[in-house]
Design a protein around this ligand. Sequence first.
Ligand SMILES: Nc1ncnc2c1ncn2[C@@H]1O[C@H](COP(=O)(O)OP(=O)(O)OP(=O)(O)O)[C@@H](O)[C@H]1O
Ligand SMILES: [Mg+2]
Length: 374
Amino acid sequence: MSSSFGKIFSKSFGFGKKDRSVLGVDLGSSSIKVVQLRNDRGQAILETYGEMAVGPYQDLSVGQAVNILPEKLSVLMKDLFREAGVTSNFGGLSIPLKSSLLISLSLPGVSEEELGGMISIEARKYIPVPISETIIDWWVVPKTSYEYEDAEKGKKGALADKVNVLVAVVHKDTVAQYKKLSSSLSLDNPFFEIETFSVMRSILRNEKGAILIVDLGATTTKVTIIDYGSVRVSHTINKGGQDITIALSRGLGLSFPKAEEIKRKVGLVETSSGGDMRRTINPIIEYIFSEVTKVMVKYQEKNTRSVEKVFLIGGGALLKGLFEVAKDNIYAPVFLGTPFDRTLAPEFLADMLKQTGPAFAVSIGVALRALEEE
Ligand SMILES: Nc1ncnc2c1ncn2[C@@H]1O[C@H](COP(=O)(O)OP(=O)(O)OP(=O)(O)O)[C@@H](O)[C@H]1O
Ligand SMILES: [Mg+2]
């Protein structure tokens, strides 16, 4: 099994030669998503996709984040694969960002070998568990123009031979659990990848400037800034779609499942009775977007570089009317992620894939890597 769990996104998008089907699985905290693709002469054909809520497998509701027991997760995934008609057993699984650590280090430009040693010493300062319990992956991040500008502003010479390194850390226990889960599903030599990297593959489109991706999940919102082809910032906001449902349930005196249902049906759309909903939901999403703005502004100021595009992904981005609020609150061009654009699918699915697309950004990214590795 591959222990490389953070492979940086490849710019070539060249697919392998084999034309067997592959799958990509997103192990989200509230729902598991799967996508099956096949390579047809360099085109990724969408064969099937599906989603299954985790809650009901552990006496909780749809939309709730769950720390699911491994045995139950295996049952859920078998159900999901069966219902979605998944036939492939080649591919990969995403590792949630919360089970990993992404660290940016600035180190002297020494040989790769020496860097390896330095990284394990430096990274130790950020890792809360013994390093022997972790698996570490790292990459030298391409030199950027601002580094040179910095160097000119005073630290002459010193920075010119510095390198930026991105370090990804995952606990060995996490990988062991993933291996166990994979063998219970009879997956053949799967890879595991931190979700941040999967998303880069399915969302980025060769942009030249800095890109910010907002992943609105169940309990958290993940903010990633990618610039010069690499992750520059990875920040987590402790609010997500589940907080909206909880607020609605309290505010309107509804059960969680009912509040979840109404949230998905009505969202922020203007209706005669919708005023209360907007009053309840707006403060939460405005808080999230103000945090996103802080991260964005900080990056822009530090690097004298502006964010070119902001992409919204995750199930939370499906909230009706959210896009308009995002546009009013984020001072950069905002787009909803359309990861299915990377695939070829029947025309009659186009609307559906556009609508649900943001929720599948991770799973599609994983499946695309599986095609590259074929
Ligand atoms: N149509 C919809 N309208 C509004 N909210 C929705 C819709 N569909 C899903 N959501 C919300 O999206 C959230 C789940 O998003 P997603 O599936 O991306 O999370 P996850 O991947 O399970 O969580 P995480 O990434 O935090 O582990 C839930 O709060 C859910 O209520
Ligand atoms: Mg998620």
